[in-house]
Design a binder for this molecule. Structure first.
Ligand code: PMP
Length: 404
């Protein structure tokens, strides 16, 4: 489908060895490796266009401002948002969800109001709502799942009441890989006049996302999971909603005028970007988005689906394996346990073979409770992974299984 070896050449770290073994990096759901293009963008940003942005009258400041705003336009195009005013740079998914939880609850929620989340949410789409629950007496309602790891839409429909103010769900589960039917879920919420926030941390790196087609009010993702740098992420919000919500943090840049008597706030999107933004990070994120676009989201999705199919087939043949997440539509994530082998033991022994996987609760403890387990081993794939690497994983797991 595409030349994987040529792509791998863009990612120097993939050529590393660990413990004298070739590195097999299968922890992409935690963070992805960075192509040369992105790292060079950071370097060239600091060497050639570094100056604090906005308000500057000098050459470098104007150039840095233009680069940051060009990055915003790239994100707008990538998500197919209507306007660049709808793109707010944050530190990542977590900060974007905290921003919405805080500002939305401020504007739209009072004691007794409800937020609907799902059982498979990452802690970063649970705890911010619990903080608001403790502050304001709002309640969380939880969409359960079936034994395949698909959300129960029949129960979801029954969770709405006249107190429901928001639905907040993950597009793709970071543990089960389930691709939730968010377009349908958004339409159901809209039938009740309820806005929706989608956690796109695990979807944006792997599939084409069109926020206008989905019709979500809010959509968030992290740069570091889509081949961009750490410390930068995106909040997309429909302009009428972002206009309505109060600022999250106060400081420079987010104001129109300040006096001790009265302060007025800046227009969108600056109202939500207090302080010096990560303008180097934003331009490197835009470079990462251009990089994945140059491969093509459809081709990425098709290749990763093929990797997942191959991995699932081969791993399922291992004696005593349990795979968690058997949804009809799945992202490139494979969570498993083998016999009674503790997930940490499996992870540590695979590491000695050069294979990087993640173990534990994956910041989804309520999901672990629902599954009746403490944790899993998770292999998660990227377009730079190969079938040979999956063979190495299978051989490694077999070897560990035989040791026990
Ligand atoms: N949501 C999901 C579904 C995730 O997988 C993650 C990262 N593991 C997050 C939110 C949090 O992302 P970040 O730590 O980049 O803010």
């Amino acid at each position: 489908m595409f030349d994987v070896q040529a792509i791998r050449a863009d990612f120097p770290i993939l050529a590393h060895t660990v413990y004298d073994k070739p590195l097999v990096y299968l922890d992409n759901a935690a963070t992805t490796q960075k192509p040369r293009q992105v790292v060079e963008k950071i370097e060239s940003g600091y060497y050639n266009v570094n100056a604090n942005i906005h308000r500057g009258v000098h050459f470098l400041s104007l150039a840095a401002t233009e680069a940051h705003e060009e990055a915003r336009r790239t994100v707008r195009r990538f998500l197919n948002a209507r306007s660049s005013n709808e793109i707010v740079f944050t530190r990542g998914t977590t900060e974007a969800i905290n921003l919405i939880a805080s500002s939305f609850a401020d504007e739209c929620m009072s004691a007794g109001d409800e937020v609907i989340v799902s059982v498979m949410e990452h802690h970063s789409n649970i705890v911010p709502w619990q903080i608001e629950a403790a502050r304001r007496g709002i309640a969380l309602k939880v969409i359960p799942m079936d034994e395949r790891g698909e959300l129960r839409l029949d129960v979801y429909r029954s969770l709405f009441s006249e107190r429901t103010r928001l639905v907040a769900v993950a597009h793709v589960s970071n543990v089960l890989g389930t691709i939730n039917p968010v377009k349908e879920m958004i339409a159901i919420a809209h039938e009740h006049g309820v806005p929706v926030l989608i956690d796109g941390a695990q979807s944006v790196p792997h599939m084409k996302v069109d926020v206008q087609d989905l019709d979500a009010e809010f959509y968030v993702f992290s740069g570091h999971k889509v081949y961009g740098p750490t410390g930068i992420g995106v909040l997309y919000g429909k302009e009428e909603w972002l206009d309505r919500l109060p600022p999250y943090q106060g400081g420079g840049e987010m104001i129109a005028s300040v006096s001790f008597e009265k302060t007025t706030f800046n227009e969108l999107p600056f109202k939500f970007e207090a302080g010096t933004p990560d303008y180097i990070g934003s331009t490197a994120l835009a470079e990462a988005l251009r990089y994945v676009e140059s491969i093509g989201m459809e081709r990425i999705a098709a290749y990763e689906e093929e990797l997942l199919r191959y991995a699932t087939e081969r791993m399922s043949a291992i004696e005593g394996i349990r795979v968690f997440g058997q949804a009809e539509r799945k992202g490139a994530v494979l969570s498993f346990l083998v016999g009674n082998i503790h997930h940490y033991d499996m992870g540590m022994l695979l590491d000695r073979l050069g294979i990087a996987v993640r173990t534990g609760h994956h910041c989804a403890q309520p999901l672990m409770h629902a599954l009746g387990i403490e944790g899993t081993v998770r292999a998660s794939f990227s377009f730079y992974n190969t079938k040979e690497e999956i063979d190495a994983l299978v051989a490694g797991v077999e070897r560990v299984r035989k040791m026990f």
